[in-house]
Design a binder for this molecule. Sequence first.
Ligand SMILES: Nc1ncnc2c1ncn2[C@@H]1O[C@H](COP(=O)(O)OP(=O)(O)OP(=O)(O)O)[C@@H](O)[C@H]1O
Ligand SMILES: [Mg+2]
Length: 246
Amino acid sequence: MLKEAQPVVSIRGVEMSFGHLKALAGVSLDLEQGACTGLIGPNGSGKSTLVNCLSGLLSPSAGSIVFEGKDITGSSLRSRAKTGLARNFQNLRLFDDLTVRENIAMSAGLAGGWKRASEKSVAEVGARFGLEADLDARVGDLSWGHRRRVELARVLNGEPRYVLLDEPGAGLDLSERRRLPGIIAELTAHGVGTLLVDHDMALISDVCQRVLVLRQGQLIFDGPPADAFRDAAVLECYLGERHVSA
Ligand SMILES: Nc1ncnc2c1ncn2[C@@H]1O[C@H](COP(=O)(O)OP(=O)(O)OP(=O)(O)O)[C@@H](O)[C@H]1O
Ligand SMILES: [Mg+2]
């Protein structure tokens, strides 16, 4: 019998409260290495909060997070980035006064020198996002779509071991969004798993074999994307109970 692969990330009973609001109400799940897992749910369902807890930006009110067998629940964003758990931000966090080249190279600093930001690697990863002509431009002077691409290039330049992508396509035009499946497939081909938060079910269905659905901080579905929109609880949370029973 084949031994089951160890999950790369294990989340157990994670809760996150903001005052009286429980943004995550006891989430438990395992994430597989080398695969893209989708994470969907209506606005405010807790997707970014879960990414924030996983990446160390927030410290969960309860529960545990294990990455590659190590309990990282209390460790910082920086130390998680060093271990190879990388993320982007739904609302971009770039250094506007620095150039594209400098922003992409920053991933090496985040990763604690684990990857040297050679000129070559920055230029290569920049080219994968169509940024060849912009490497010396100041990031603050670029359009939102361009800046989003700089952010994704920075994530990939750090040679992450697992990537948390919170709405990576937000603000990108159609041709820019078309790059995403290729980038994710490339990560998967190199054995790097991804958690992909997106509202675009076509993208999720294209790149994920598994999708997780959050509603009001609780996991209500875990299975193939094709089954998600046949699931009564998922339909109810997106369309309302009246439409499901009609
Ligand atoms: N720092 C915070 N302080 C207070 N409330 C917060 C904070 N961050 C998130 N929330 C609340 O927690 C809930 C979950 O928010 P979250 O941003 O995780 O949702 P989301 O699923 O990512 O939504 P969207 O699809 O709009 O990005 C929401 O009600 C939100 O208002
Ligand atoms: Mg969000």
